[in-house]
Design a protein around this ligand. Sequence first.
Ligand code: GDP
Ligand code: ZN
Length: 295
Amino acid sequence: MMKTQTGRIVRSLSGFYEVQTDCGSVTCRGRGNLRHQGESPLCGDRVLITREQGKGMIEKILPRRNRFIRPAVANMDALVVFASNVNPVTEPFLIDRVAAIAGDQGVPVHICVNKCDLDPAADLVKIYRNAGFPVIQASAVTGEGVEELRQLIAGKFTAFTGNTGVGKSSMLNALNPELCLATGEVSEKLGRGRHTTRHVELYALGGDTYVADTPGFASFDTEQMDVILKENLQYAFPDFAEHLGKCQFHDCSHRAEPGCAVRQAVEDGALERTRYDSYLRLYEKSSQIKLWEIK
Ligand code: GDP
Ligand code: ZN
């Protein structure tokens, strides 16, 4: 009988997968039947592999705890959403959308406000602290917040996300200078068509710490979004939790219904208005999705 091993996919490129096992990394292909089951392996997947004459084969994808379409990763322990208040200015909606996608999957979200050397982004920090998210104030240039981030991601599989130019690559370099990732001006990066690549890689930071650096979410709109059912959207906003179940109507959508406790909380300043506005925008989007479109 052939020996099977378990491992974890840390890189995928053109049908090849690098699988990290207890005894080193193995380059694998996916067994044809995986595709018949409608499964393509993702970075972060735990897999069963076999080896024959030095070649690895992924036989089975083990059940996923969570999965994302953009970025195409699975089994994330946490998501770090990068933001900045200068070149580029991050719109709260972009943060809220990706945070909701993670929230819907039960993945903890952390906010890293970068470029604090240029602008401390007081408004963003206030909004997300009030909303109950852990917020790190950081600068890849001065090193502020880098140790805090390092501790946060230690021993985990994390995805870094955030609009292009907020400093994700710079922060990865600050965490591990050996990575030598290219960083650059926002305009150059957009021009280079960085988002068209389907290559996903988890960077090893040592000690079982892996980070997926993912395409900026500036490009999300034109692409298929991870789907959240509109009925579930309210639960994807952790700051709504304490106000749920208190509305006049038990099936309140928190939009225009009378006696809505969520809207009242916004009026009272207990809920951040930008968070609520993002909820409304996402609710609109979710309403346009037909159930049969969900794979
Ligand atoms: P990414 O697209 O999110 O990976 O962003 P990059 O890491 O490529 O950074 C975009 C630009 O912002 C580069 O010119 C970086 O040198 C600069 N940058 C990144 N982080 C910081 C920071 O904390 N402070 C300052 N002043 N500039 C930064
Ligand atoms: Zn309501």
